[in-house]
Design a protein around this ligand. Structure first.
Ligand code: NAD
Length: 367
């Protein structure tokens, strides 16, 4: 029986990398039935909205989607489709594995960790008040009164909601995800020494939830600033990290850097009802349509998709083929060559084709 999956090409470099991943997924031999849908600027022209209901419904029906990146206009136009998608489908967990692949230049030798980021709350909730607006001034006056703190008259305000319920859900998810993948430790990351209410609640809740996993998983919590330094100095100390939304966003880019850049960092947004697989990187508009960028992050997001739908053997084979092509360093895009102007660099399609070819001979996952 074929597996129905929603396929959203995205924009910018999205379609190129999404199609590369789709071809690799098909080449595993797993039967897919693709339900192609649009979102972003292309959808506005056709549906007058960047996130049409029929795209959402397709994901709800199929429960699994793979999506190319989508451009968010800065400071104007629609709010991020990516954020809206996570909200509408309640994709509360963002999972970003960061693993070093031989052949990829990286600032530290060996990283193998998973970032689990809470997706629904925190400063990302989008509760913002623009500087100078009457209601912002009203809010400032109220906050001054309640907190007895000085706030500049011309300040803009962003609200940071953190709840016990959402924290409990994400920490439980991180612990279950860790156990399912044979991981040993979960680290909760926060800044509870300064944000005693919000991050304090995150820390206390994480400790409580993780307590139920004692004996099966080690648990610790750390301050976000110290964690950044330790990730660079001793990445081997970390296994699964669970973080509130904003720290999760920042640390997943940091960890993508630790393994050699955005071009090879995959991700997934997962909820009770659906999971959307996508690269960590964005739509890199300046490279759009050039068959130039690295498809690895999207292909590895496809590997995550295969594991999610219960196809571990196909996932291992695709992952092994990616690892082999990266290790050999021949059929790779410009960003993976020692010199970015190396004329032997191949294009997006050609790298995907090399991975597909390699899948025929690679049987097991190559670490
Ligand atoms: P970006 O990730 O698109 O690009 C930053 C730089 O990283 C690029 O200029 C390029 O040098 C490099 N890069 C990214 N992907 C690469 C790849 N596959 N291969 C080789 N090099 C790669 O980040 P940005 O420029 O900040 O964002 C561009 C747009 O993408 C924005 O509109 C942003 O909102 C959006 N975005 C979307 C998503 C998503 O759809 N999930 C995620 C992040 C950003």
């Amino acid at each position: 029986m074929s597996r129905r999956v929603t396929f959203i090409p995205g924009d910018g470099i999205g379609p190129e990398v999404a199609w590369a991943a789709r071809r690799c997924l098909e080449a595993t031999g797993v039967a897919f039935q693709w339900d192609e849908r649009i979102a972003g600027e292309a959808a506005i022209a056709r549906f007058q909205t960047p996130l049409p209901e029929e795209t959402l419904q397709s994901i709800r029906d199929n429960r699994v989607a793979i999506k190319g990146p989508i451009t968010t206009p800065i400071g104007k136009g629609f709010r991020s489709v990516n954020v809206a998608l996570r909200k509408q489908l309640n994709l509360f967990a963002c999972v970003r594995p960061c693993r070093t692949y031989a052949g990829v230049r990286a600032p530290v030798p060996q990283v193998d960790l998973i970032i689990v980021r809470e997706n629904t709350e925190d400063l990302y909730a989008g509760i913002e008040f623009a500087a100078g607006e009457p209601r912002t001034r009203q809010l400032i006056a109220q906050l001054r009164d309640w907190s007895q703190q000085a706030i500049q008259e011309d300040a803009a305000i962003s609200i940071k909601p953190i709840s016990a319920a959402a924290t409990e859900r994400i920490v439980r998810f991180a612990c279950e995800y860790a156990l399912a993948r044979g991981r040993k430790k979960v680290t909760a990351v926060h800044k509870a020494n300064i944000m005693k209410c919000t991050d304090g609640l995150f820390m206390e809740t994480a400790r409580r939830v993780a307590g139920a996993y004692a004996g099966r998983l080690a648990f610790e919590d750390r301050l976000v600033d110290a964690t950044c330094m330790q990730l660079l100095l001793r990445p081997g100390d970390f296994d699964v990290l669970v973080l509130p939304n904003l720290y999760g966003d920042i640390l997943s880019d940091l960890c993508a850097g630790l393994i050699g850049g955005l071009g090879i960092a995959p991700g997934a947004n997962i909820g009770e009802e659906a999971a959307v697989f996508e690269a960590v990187h964005g739509s890199a508009p300046k490279y759009a349509g050039q068959n130039k960028v690295n498809p690895t992050a999207m292909i590895l997001s496809g590997v995550m998709l295969l594991r999610h739908i219960g196809e571990p053997e196909a996932a291992d084979r695709l992952d092994g083929a990616v690892a082999a092509v990266l290790r050999e360093g021949r059929d790779v895009t410009y960003d993976l060559k020692p010199d970015r102007n190396d004329p032997t660099a191949v294009g997006t399609k050609e790298m995907a084709a090399a991975i597909i070819e390699r899948m025929k001979t690679v049987k097991v996952r190559v670490p």
